[in-house]
Ligand binder design. Structure first.
Ligand code: WQD
Length: 329
């Protein structure tokens, strides 16, 4: 949406394995114009080649990946094939078509359990799960391609914890099954879809004993992609930046902020730590500001307000009829 609002022509390529075509329909409704979509899996080389033959792309913004840490531990090969294999197929078709700019959706998971916070981009990279390994491997593949072709430019964007929804309340995240991540789970507890939140650990060495993370509003995240694309188009070379607010929020602090924003109770119980979790991680986002002029503008109140609006208007996610969601606004 941000790219189109900045005048870019966008073609969406998605297999909709982890998203819904309804999100595109709603985007078209919000923008008042059609969006070109090609439904395919990046690993389908023949169909992907036809997309590159039909359009003359200036750049690619690459989001396509499976992204659940726990799931990746259960089926690593599927993550390697989808996330790394899909990226290789994309890079080969980009090379064949002479497309030499790529914005890559990476993740703070490449830092594993960081030695210190805030985390800078030169922190040690030590992944602790297959999902994180796919993100690190693709970053390294991109670096090798860029080293082989000086005209090829890459922007690696390392997301911390994206949360929230579009302020319209019409576009948001709709996980299948019980949400793995905190914010969507809190939304469903507040909506009465889940009985209570399980807080994974109350004995961490943090302000209130619960895990601290750097939550980032998805609209701030979207803006960063447009800024990174503009940076590459201005031929400024490649970059790797952290995308976070630079401040950490604990689980209980997020719960309290959500209760204030939604005016709904979020009952919880503190249970055992979740294996693999770290106590505290948040970004040093200063390089993104220095190179892109980007910094997060939304605080936790807006993140909770917009996440709740999406949940309240779309109790069944994208299965909620658009007219129904619009009426409830
Ligand atoms: C946040 C905090 C939990 C759920 C993951 C991926 C990372 C990135 C973002 C893709 C932690 C606690 C959570 C719950 C809880 N994804 N929590 N009860 O683990 O920081 O990062 O998502 O790039 O790669 O690892 O996010 O939302 O799962 O957890 O207490 O039901 O909330 O312990 O402290 P996480 P999260």
């Amino acid at each position: 949406m941000v790219l189109i609002e900045r005048g870019h022509e966008v073609v969406v390529v998605d297999n909709f394995r982890n998203s819904s075509p309804e999100a595109i329909t709603r985007l078209e409704s919000l923008l008042g114009l059609p969006i070109a979509v090609d439904r395919l899996d990046l690993r389908d080389r023949a169909r992907l080649a036809r997309v590159f033959a039909r359009h003359r792309f200036d750049a690619v913004v690459h989001f396509a990946a499976l992204k659940a840490v726990g799931e990746s531990c259960q089926c690593p090969l599927e993550y390697f094939d989808n996330n790394i294999g899909g990226s290789i197929a994309l890079l080969q078709e980009m090379a064949a078509a002479g497309v030499k700019r790529l914005v890559f959706s990476s993740s703070a998971t490449v830092y594993g359990m960081p030695e210190s916070v805030p985390v800078r981009e030169d922190a040690e990279l030590k992944v602790t799960n297959p999902y994180g390994r796919t993100k690190l491997v693709v970053e390294q593949l991109l670096a090798d391609v860029a080293a082989s072709d000086p005209a090829f430019q890459v922007a690696d964007l390392r997301y911390f914890n994206p949360v929230g929804a579009h302020p319209s309340g019409l576009i948001g995240e709709a996980p299948d099954g019980p949400p793995n991540n905190l914010m969507p789970y809190v939304c469903q507890v507040a909506a009465g879809r889940r009985e209570r939140l399980q807080v994974f650990g109350g004995d961490y060495p943090t302000r209130d004993g619960t895990g601290v993370r750097d939550y980032l509003h998805v609209v701030d995240l979207a803006r960063a992609h447009a800024d990174a694309l503009d940076y590459l188009v201005r031929d400024r070379g490649g970059l790797t930046v952290n995308l976070g607010t630079g401040s950490g929020i604990s689980v209980l602090e997020l719960v309290r902020a959500f209760e204030a924003a939604s005016e709904r109770p979020v009952p919880y119980e503190i249970v055992a730590r979740r294996p693999g979790d770290v106590a505290e991680v948040f970004a040093d986002p200063s390089l993104a500001y220095e190179r892109l002029g980007w910094r997060a503008e939304f605080g936790v109140e807006a993140m909770c307000r917009d996440a709740w609006r999406w949940q309240a208007l779309n109790p069944d996610g994208y299965r909620t009829r658009l007219a129904e969601a619009m009426r409830a606004r």
